[in-house]
Design a protein around this ligand. Sequence first.
Ligand code: SF4
Length: 511
Amino acid sequence: MDRLFDNSDLTRFRHCPTLFVRAATSSAPDSEASEYRRSQYALLKEQLLALLGDGEDCAADTPEQSFAKFRAAAERGVKAFNNVTFVDGSFCASVDAVRDRGEGLEFFYTKTTPKATDSAVAKAAYIDAVASKSGYPPISISVAVCNRSYVRRGAIVPDKLFKLVDLKPRVEEARRVVEDFFANAERLVKEPITCDMAVKCERPDKCEYYAECAAVPRPCMLDFHGIDGPTTYKLFASGCKSLDDLLDNAHLLKPAQAAMVRMYLTDDKLHIDEQRVRAFLEKLHYPMCFLDFEACQPALPLYNGTRPFMQIPFQYSLHVKRTQYSELEHYQYLPKRGEDPRPEIARRLSNQIPHAASVVVFSKGLECKVLGTLATRYRTFGHKLSLVRNGIADLQELFASRAIYSRAMLGSTSLKAVYPALFPGDKSCDYSILDVRNGAEAMRLFTRAQYADAEECERFYQYLYTYCGKDTLSLARMVTMLVAVTGAQVGQRKSHRKRKKKVEQKEEETV
Ligand code: SF4
């Protein structure tokens, strides 16, 4: 261990001591999620410093150098400081800004999440303790939280963007955890690693050391969906490791969970309930569309009329099959940097989705929400978008209702799990080899692209196009395959003009 423990170490220690030790003793590269958080933090910090005004910059290569800069400036009588790190023994604590307004030191830092949670209080208590021990006790520790009701109009207005919440009065609440960290951090990094896997390993995101801690060949019983987290990890700790172990121990589970395990793991066959699948498919007709949106929730509003953490659709992929025999057509869209994507998405989709087409999605929550919001906001296209929204068919229902399942899906109903199970060995829709593998990564990459240089933005956009296009192509292939397997009769919706002509012909014949 050749570096000081810092604010992030405390956060990891609180979450999981093993995570703290692994991160403190390895030089693993930052995950894509960490890079995103860091870039969002930098943007918010820029706004906070704009709000607080000029200050002596104490940023440096090492915490010790930063602390030395701060002390030297304070001795010269400087009253405003930015990017300060305090050091005491093996511990250091960073804040974005320090202001000395005569009555004592005021500390400030930003936050990339929308609330001042327990974690924020623990961080404030840690900063308070390290700074006090180093000889600079604060009178306030203000965290700048994004005000979710702030609506961007033109340039960001920092004093409207932030709410400053003083956590100094709450530091006692977290005193014990901070003392625990001071007492045990150095000892823990010298001891052998012990893994105590639990639900925390998957929340808020799957831990970057998950495979290392599980230390069993994958897929294993931890990869099975449909058993509650506490039961899964309890069984795992008791020695149930492989999928076959899970099947052998199914009697220990609640009846519904045991049934799930037996259903998926008893054999390797692909089970398709033809009657139910056919009933689903025969409600569809051509023209048939396959639609997928990606959306982001940036802390710093990207466009006029948007708020911090507001959900904004930024991309769609649309495959269209006009008749049973026609080729798939593909449409997709990403906005130019800085351009609000919503009006263009509304306009393009209204034109590109054929009249009265069947629209198939996978997990309709986001698609329905986006179409509903666009329909309300852009009235010109409202009628068409509402019709599309109300007629959406969600292919995921077939997997959620277990009309289709196989061992390879491991109880999951996500597109990334079911597609490879239906098309084993098909590399053309293999997400594991992509630079963007899921919606969360797409969201982060798009947000980063908005602040990247033109070349990097172009590279990120290529990744996003490849990812989103694969989702709708997978959907189209699954529907085609299921129609063939079940022999479903999927008809052609006659166009309005043809129907009108037919009615006119009938009328003439009658006359
Ligand atoms: S996988 Fe779990 S036990 Fe291992 S470091 Fe991560 S959170 Fe801790």
